[in-house]
Design a protein around this ligand. Structure first.
Ligand code: PLP
Length: 396
């Protein structure tokens, strides 16, 4: 009896192995195998980094590191527990107030990552009777959050308000509805039509949720993002921002009114069942917010880089997209072509994200160039030079 059990177990382990091997082989054959790069702490010495989301060059700012070290000494490195046990410190309250203030919302609530914030909102607010509508190009965490919530989930065509309007009109009038969209689309760099989404949501009584991971720190008069103080809590009731991109640290937050934040604290499992953000990270983020306020020249420099890159990119005939943000994808289409360009760029010391399915639809593979205020004009010129060589080589 005992032996039979072991046999069965061995058989099932073998089936698992075969199942995984088949899937891994398929991924390799499709040319979609993913590799991690192991970075050194100062890639700038050998590599020009056009892949990171560190749009304001804050991730390596010594002031953030100092704040992080000081807070770690004071509070301890870890927060030791979740927010509802005893991991919630006054420094977390301070950061929540500052984020609420930055985005012009009554309150904000910290999450450990943006991925968890999106899961946390959708799981807490939606259930199987709720209808969620999302842009087809939304970040994976919004799609996964809808799945976790069990809600009925529909996707509308990218930035197509008329498509969303149709879906909303067809949904049961008395049902709870939530529309979710990225603010700045992470792989395309274009912005959602916040105004249009908000108007539609108000017409159909839907709650609007905007994930401004890539807009926060970069867009808006105060670096407050594509929603921020430009749109009221009534227009955009649920705002998500992340701290690991332009702010250079880690974590995320949800901003909105009392009822939203109370509901998240009570019901959001990705909020409740995880260790609170390390106090050092919180302190570093406070330092980043000071810099955001005191050094608007960083944003200005970044926007000058964007204009400059687009102007010269157009002149060279590069396949630019419509983006006015630091995310400047080159739509190459074919996975092989992306690999060729990416290899050449790498051999000249340029780090650029090669993006392909499943992150983007098949046939829409691209290089995702990310600009930063840390770049020098000469870095962008050097990049444009190689891109010119690449495009001319293809033409000849
Ligand atoms: C990066 C990103 C996230 C995830 O944020 P993390 O803090 O890295 O987990 C969520 N939404 C969007 C749109 C993003 O680009």
């Amino acid at each position: 009896m005992k032996e039979r059990l072991l046999d069965t177990q061995a058989g099932s382990t073998e089936r698992w192995r075969q199942w995984l091997e088949t899937r891994l082989a398929r991924r390799r054959d499709d040319g979609l195998w993913r590799e991690r790069l192991t970075m050194s702490p100062s890639p700038s010495a050998t590599l020009r980094d056009f892949a990171s989301n560190d749009y304001l060059g804050l991730a390596r700012d010594p002031r953030l590191a100092e704040a992080q070290a000081a807070a770690s000494r004071h509070y301890g490195t870890g927060s030791r527990a979740s927010h509802l046990v005893n991991g919630h410190f006054e420094i977390h309250d301070q950061l929540e107030s500052r984020l609420a203030e930055l985005t012009g919302r009554p309150r904000a609530l910290l999450f450990s990552t943006g991925y968890m914030a999106n899961l946390g909102v959708l799981q807490a607010l939606c259930d199987t009777k709720t209808h969620i509508f999302q842009d087809r190009y939304n970040h994976a965490s919004l799609l996964d959050g809808a799945a976790l919530s069990g809600a009925r989930s529909r996707r509308f065509h990218h930035n197509a308000l008329e498509d969303l309007a149709l879906l909303l009109a067809r949904s049961p009038e008395d049902s709870l509805k939530l529309v979710a969209s990225d603010g700045v689309f992470s792989m395309d760099g274009d912005c959602a039509n916040i105004e249009g989404l908000s108007t539609l949501c108000q017409r159909y009584g839907a709650a609007l949720m905007i994930d401004d991971a890539h807009g926060l720190g970069v867009l808006g008069a105060h670096g407050d993002g594509c929603v921020g103080r430009a749109y009221s809590t009534r227009e955009v009731p649920i705002l998500v921002g992340t701290l690991g991109k332009a702010l250079g640290t880690a974590g995320a937050f949800v901003a909105g009114d009392d009822i939203l934040i109370d509901a998240l604290i009570q019901f959001s499992r990705p909020y409740l069942y995880t260790t609170a953000q390390p106090p050092g990270v919180t302190a570093a983020t406070l330092a980043a917010l000071d810099i955001l306020r005191d050094e608007p020249e960083r944003r200005e420099r970044l926007h000058n880089h964007i204009t400059y890159f687009r102007h010269h990119g157009h002149a060279l005939g590069l396949p630019l997209m419509g983006s006015q943000t630091p995310i400047q994808p080159l739509m190459l289409g074919d996975v092989e072509r992306v690999r060729r360009w990416s290899d050449t760029l790498r051999s000249h010391g340029f780090m650029i994200g090669a993006i392909r399915e499943p992150t983007v639809p098949s046939g829409m593979a691209r290089l995702r160039i990310a600009l930063s205020s840390d770049h020098e004009r000469s870095d962008i010129d050097a990049l444009l030079d190689i891109l010119e060589t690449l495009i001319q080589r293809e033409r000849s």
